[in-house]
Design a protein around this ligand. Sequence first.
Ligand SMILES: Nc1ncnc2c1ncn2[C@@H]1O[C@H](COP(=O)(O)OP(=O)(O)OP(=O)(O)O)[C@@H](O)[C@H]1O
Ligand SMILES: [Mg+2]
Length: 586
Amino acid sequence: MSLVGKIERINGSLVVSQFEGEPKMGDLIEVGNLKLMGEIVRLSNEIAYIQCYEATSGLKPGEPVLDTGMPLMAELGPGLMGAIVDGIERSETDLWELTGPFVSRGTNISPLNRDKKWIFEAKVNVGDRVSGGDIIGTIQETASFEHRIMIPPGQSGVIKSINSGEYSVTEIIGELETDSGIINLTLMQRWAVRRPRPIRERLPLNQPLMTGQRVVDTFFPVAKGGAAAIPGGFGTGKTVTLQQISKWADADIIILVGCGERGNEMADVVAHFPEISDPRSGRKLIERTIIVANVSNMPVSAREASIYMGITLGEYYRDMGYDVVVLADSTSRWAEALRDISGRLEEIPAEAGFPAYLADRIAEIYERAGRVQTLGTDERLGSLTLIGAVSPPGSDFSEPVTTNTLRFIGTFWALDSELAYRRHFPAINWLRSFTRYMGVASEWWSAQDREWEEMRAKALSLLEEASQIEETARIIGEKALPDEQRLVLLMAEMFREGFLVQNSFHEVDTYCEAEKQAKLLKIMIEFYNTVNPLIRKGIPIEKVRELKIVKTLMRLKENRGVEPINSARLEIQYETDELAKEYEVK
Ligand SMILES: Nc1ncnc2c1ncn2[C@@H]1O[C@H](COP(=O)(O)OP(=O)(O)OP(=O)(O)O)[C@@H](O)[C@H]1O
Ligand SMILES: [Mg+2]
């Protein structure tokens, strides 16, 4: 560690220091006698501007500033699964144990536990030639998760020694003979969080990420390895939706990044998450989840790092060959941290006070999503799906964080305060949301049902048509509309109640498997196709509305499995035949 200089002045989380030597942008700095952690965010005229991760009160001009010579790194290795770490990867539980709920500043603990021993099973032999990304052994880290120990990117050589056994993360498990000498192998590696981890090749997306949430999977799917944003005002359901995805998505690993402003918001997640059971394994979801969150008293600037930390962890598991989902709640807090630090640097503000490079930073984040062939010689595939909540002030989607995010994502779930107010949940507006992954999704869904694409399009067009008819109905009253239009309104109501609304607290309906989604969609369309001709032949809409099957269809989602959907089909036939007979139209 080399001396950089002395504190000149302090402005909130920004510390300005004169320096000697040659510090670099992004270098991790120890600030003041308290040894607070920070990062160089600007260098000019022999002055370093350091963004501090902890509250700077009590620091004084003249105190020393030390350069670690390295950027903010993530420690990667066994011991993270199930952990709750802050934006600089300190375990929140360890911090609490050490200092209590009000974490004292300058508590610099190692991210990975140095004492814990892991049972390592070697998968390569002495004499094997290996390079970056190759798996050299495994550890059963939790019952739900096999940790694959890889050669770090950039290294290659011949295995000189390797032994299965019990090791801590820093103990030597073997040696690698490289061109430039012998390197010790350990269970741990490091990676600079702001740099994407290297891959062999980016692959086209080829599968939707199934979440068991109908409005998502059927109408606005995200691809595995894709990116999605969920903007919404206060209380519209961002956190609940992300939690549902973390619980039900067909992914191996979940990384939950909480950039929340209010400490208690995250504290709530942290308190409840460990109790959530994992539908995949029947065990606890936390066994394959990492939470990156600041529940302690860290300033805004620390939150800026959390998202990069979360993505880097995600990339590490992707590189093992897993499907990873990284959920960030919410990226607006991250952007606000960026704005805060930019303001203190006295940079020229652009729109809404955000720095001009906001768009670039958002792009950099979402570009780290992808489906890839990983490094390593065994042709492993992995994916990282990135989903970010956005909290636009006053639910105004034209603000810069929302609009810039829109440019770089493939799926947009527009939360709607009006729907949330009416307790239509998930409050995802079906007219304002979109997906660019329809090609990928259609192919997958068509294997479930050949007519899927057509049915989805029909449902959406009925919903759209209904919203236009509603406009007219508001003026002239629904009763004055022609019955064909009133049927469209009825269908929209049935789609809303029977399909789009999905209560995440309902025992059965919290999750809807793909087969059930496809069958629900199909039976709604079949109902429409059956009654539409009857209406055209003059049977009054009231009569159709009174059919028992209408109520049944709206509640089918609450039944387990697809059997009740099959029997509802017979009911449709029976009831409409009866109705037709009554009016002698068949
Ligand atoms: N799918 C859902 N099913 C049932 N209730 C829901 C659903 N989504 C949201 N809610 C209800 O809406 C409330 C607010 O949701 P949530 O906390 O996710 O909003 P938020 O957008 O994260 O709010 P904030 O802006 O405060 O972070 C929940 O407590 C719950 O009652
Ligand atoms: Mg929330």
